[in-house]
Design a protein around this ligand. Structure first.
Ligand code: NAD
Ligand code: UDP
Length: 322
């Protein structure tokens, strides 16, 4: 059962990491649906430009703050969306301790806020909780295959902890909690230099550079367009469901096929530069979205070509501002 949006009009949502790629789209959606939004961000991986258009919005307030440090919010709060965390492998490998704090200290602070305000809490978890999966596609019931001391563990284990502390607040304190396990999501407002494969390959194609394929390119990912993800997150927040829910697009492709698709859509010749595969890079990833379909009546709507074209248009604007 998904609550109607109308009943939340005029209520306040707190969004941590609100200047980031995904969360800035969520902020836009919440404002469009008539909520007031308080966004917090310290710009560690986010971008002021992602929220610049909201500077004069009467229902938007921004607080520059590291959410791993304590904070308080005045007034009533209906939702706390804990979205803050470095999310790209090159980001989190560079700042592993901050990444662990974003999953741990920052989760505590955001959960305490939800508890104090009687708000619904939603945490952005990740397909990385499944690690290098031995079950394919990945259903929520799979417990994962994570190297707890590998280079990616700062992210994977932070998110696993974030899930654990979320369930603990739900069980021990009765907080209304939700956990979304986000699979590779892309779209406008990603950082061109964030190292993730979507901005990397599109930037390389637009600059006429070879695409840097890590390993043999046979590893797979399944790419979801950001508006589809935001719809899933917003539905989950309004549901009465407390177990984790996968949100992603089950359309799976190898990284080699992804490079070919980007070259085709950008209308450039495919040039490739082989690079070593980073340690612990998952070999396959594809969400089983049966639960999201059943509980949220949700599935992705935006086709790969459509979403990639929107993203290319955005990156063209970044490379050649008008
Ligand atoms: P992003 O880096 O664009 O956004 C993260 C935002 O959080 C940034 O604005 C950053 O400055 C902010 N932030 C990080 N630590 C902070 C702190 N301590 N205090 C305040 N702000 C802080 O990444 P994204 O892709 O938009 O990811 C958003 C969320 O979704 C993250 O929690 C990420 O783990 C999760 N997620 C994303 C994907 C994806 O494919 N995009 C996949 C799985 C999970
Ligand atoms: N990748 C690649 N070239 C790049 C960046 C990434 O081949 O320039 C690969 C990476 O090794 C992984 C996949 O693309 O197998 C997706 O990487 P990304 O960093 O986007 O997200 P991940 O799913 O690993 O978190």
């Amino acid at each position: 059962m998904i609550q109607d949006i109308a009943q939340y009009k005029g209520q306040t949502a707190v969004v941590t990491g609100g200047a980031g790629f995904v969360a800035s789209h969520l902020v836009d959606r919440l404002l469009t649906d008539g909520l007031k939004v308080v966004a917090l961000d310290n710009f560690v991986t986010g971008n002021r430009a992602n929220i610049a258009h909201l500077a004069d919005h009467p229902d938007f307030r921004f607080i520059e703050h590291d959410v791993s440090e304590p904070y308080s919010i005045d007034g009533d709060v209906a939702f706390v969306f804990h979205m803050a965390s470095p999310a790209s492998p090159i980001d989190y490998v560079e700042i592993p301790v901050d990444t662990l704090k974003a999953g741990s200290y920052a989760s505590h602070h955001a959960l305490e806020l939800a508890k104090e305000k009687g708000a619904t809490y939603l945490v952005a978890s990740t397909s990385e909780v499944y690690g290098d999966p031995e079950i394919h596609p990945q259903p929520e019931g799979y417990w994962g295959n994570v190297n707890s001391i590998g280079v990616r563990s700062c992210y994977d284990e932070a998110k696993r902890y974030a899930e654990a502390v979320t369930m603990a607040y739900h069980r021990a304190h009765g907080v209304d909690t939700k956990i979304v396990r986000i699979f590779n999501t892309y779209g406008p407002r990603m950082r061109l230099d964030d190292g993730r494969v979507v901005p990397a390959f599109i930037g390389q194609a637009l600059r006429g550079e070879p695409m840097t394929i890590f390993g043999d390119g046979k590893q797979t990912r399944s790419f979801c367009y950001v508006s589809d993800l935001v719809e899933g997150i917003w539905r989950l927040a309004r549901s009465n469901f407390h177990e984790p829910v996968n949100c992603g697009n089950p359309h799976e492709m190898s990284i080699g096929e992804f490079a070919e698709a980007i070259a085709r859509i950008c209308e450039v010749e495919l040039k490739v530069e082989d690079r070593p595969l980073p340690p612990d890079d998952p070999k396959v990833r594809k969400p089983d979205i049966s639960r999201a379909k059943e509980v949220l009546d949700w599935e992705p709507k935006v086709s790969f070509d459509e979403g990639i074209r929107e993203t290319i248009a955005f990156f063209k604007g970044v490379l050649e501002p008008v």
